[in-house]
Design a protein around this ligand. Structure first.
Ligand code: NAD
Ligand code: DAU
Length: 362
């Protein structure tokens, strides 16, 4: 890993990964290709450690000519592919962009990598790697008592977002199987931490609670996710890229499965403790049941034995400490919060998804 193309590196996990690589891999140079959609934030790339090794390029992963040029100009040996449309609720209201970015975009990157690394033999194949960052949502939803998902679990995506990610996983798999592209895939559970766009549960709850807005709980709030602190995800990806076996997929998860409502209560408790003088304390009085998400997956749980046995990875951060750190990060970055949540696109999204949503779907 010398010259790395990171796609989607201005988003939540991508920007945390850029920081992680700059801190942990002194020999690596990064080209960061990001379209800067509503979710891609230049603010996420401020104050990078060793910024001279990071080049930002605003552009679309579906732009084949641009991707071809970047691979050649920077002799790219490693692609770590994060760029995607990522919000399930947006995929329900507008699935088309998910098909374009997540499927066509991944296909475009795969074709460019195949041409440059395999057809043109630009670099030794042992020295190149395409890593595709995917999600646990490709596996569908677990019933009570069903075992955690392993790498062998059949795909059963339920939302347009999950289906588009499943399609992209299949494309990556096929490029390894058919063309010998040195590829790996990781399927990870719900991330949280600094710089997450506040359309997702945890940052939405933190920002709404601090400003005294309702905390919208979909349905009965008993849905379960497998929460993972973002830096733990970055460490797992870095290990897979450096030491994972080509052609393999690896499950990544947090070993943390409380229901949504418990996560929300924990955030409220943390805020009560940090801001006892706030007019919104106790924050749990803001909790408001709203209509459920259509097709809402009930439970996710990842079996992480494979990555633990092969690469020695396991999550480092406990859920409580990770949440405390995350709440503190949002409280101490008012400029980031103002810039990200103050813009008209975000306000329009909140209006579309919540104001018109209606009351509890219990
Ligand atoms: P995000 O929504 O915060 O960021 C996505 C980034 O992709 C943004 O910077 C956006 O500008 C960029 N992008 C979108 N379309 C693009 C295009 N056509 N060309 C170039 N850039 C484009 O997403 P995230 O939460 O950081 O997720 C990153 C990846 O990790 C995604 O592939 C997602 O499916 C996967 N993932 C996310 C989670 C999670 O909990 N957030 C969990 C598992 C896997
Ligand atoms: O599991 C990994 C996936 O996690 C990633 O692949 C996705 O990119 C990421 O968005 C996330 O998907 P979820 O749908 O699980 O995340 P979200 O934060 O949107 O919702 C988490 C849970 O909280 C889910 O059960 C829905 C619920 N929820 C969410 C919002 C935004 C609410 O109850 N109220 C809300 O306002």
């Amino acid at each position: 890993m010398k010259n790395v193309l990171i796609t989607g590196g201005a988003g939540f996990i991508g920007s945390n990964f850029v920081r992680y690589l700059l801190e942990t891999e002194p020999g690596v140079r990064i080209v960061n290709l990001d379209l800067l959609t509503y979710a891609g934030r230049p603010e996420n790339l401020q104050d990078l450690p060793d910024p001279a090794r990071h080049l930002f390029v605003q552009g679309d992963i579906c732009d084949r000519a641009l991707v071809d040029r970047l691979l050649r100009e920077h002799t790219i040996d490693t692609i770590v592919h994060f760029a995607a449309e990522t919000h399930v609720d947006r995929s329900i209201l507008g699935p088309g962009q998910f098909v374009q970015t997540n499927i066509v975009g991944t296909f475009t990157l795969l074709e460019a990598a195949r041409q440059y690394w395999i057809v043109e033999k630009s670099l030794p194949l042992e020295a190149v790697r395409f890593h595709h960052v995917s999600t646990d949502e490709v596996f569908g939803s677990l019933k009570p008592g069903e075992p955690a998902w392993t790498e062998e679990t059949p795909y059963a995506p339920n939302s347009p977002y999950a289906a588009s990610k499943a399609s992209s996983d299949h494309l990556v798999r096929s490029y390894h199987h058919t063309y010998g592209l040195p590829a790996t895939i990781s399927n990870c559970s719900n991330n949280y931490g600094p710089r997450q766009f506040p359309e997702k549960l945890i940052p939405l709850m933190i920002l709404n609670a601090t400003t005294g807005k309702p905390l919208p709980v979909y349905g009965d709030g008993q849905q379960i996710r497998d929460w993972l602190y973002v830096e733990d995800h970055c460490e797992a990806i870095s290990l897979i890229v450096r030491k994972g076996r080509v052609g393999q997929t690896y499950n990544i998860g947090g070993d943390n499965q409380p229901p949504n409502i418990q996560i929300i209560h924990t955030i409220c408790d943390i805020l009560d403790e940090l801001q006892p003088q706030s007019p919104h304390t106790p924050h749990e009085k803001l909790i408001t049941p709203v209509a459920d998400r259509p097709g809402h997956d009930r439970r996710y749980d990842m079996d992480i034995h494979k990555i633990n046995a092969e690469l020695g990875w396991k999550p480092r951060q406990t859920l409580h400490d990770g949440l405390l750190h995350t709440v503190n990060w949002y409280l101490t970055h008012p400029d980031w919060v103002a810039s990200v949540s103050g813009n008209s696109e975000y306000k329009a999204w909140v209006e579309q998804n919540y104001t018109k949503r209606g009351e509890s779907g219990k």
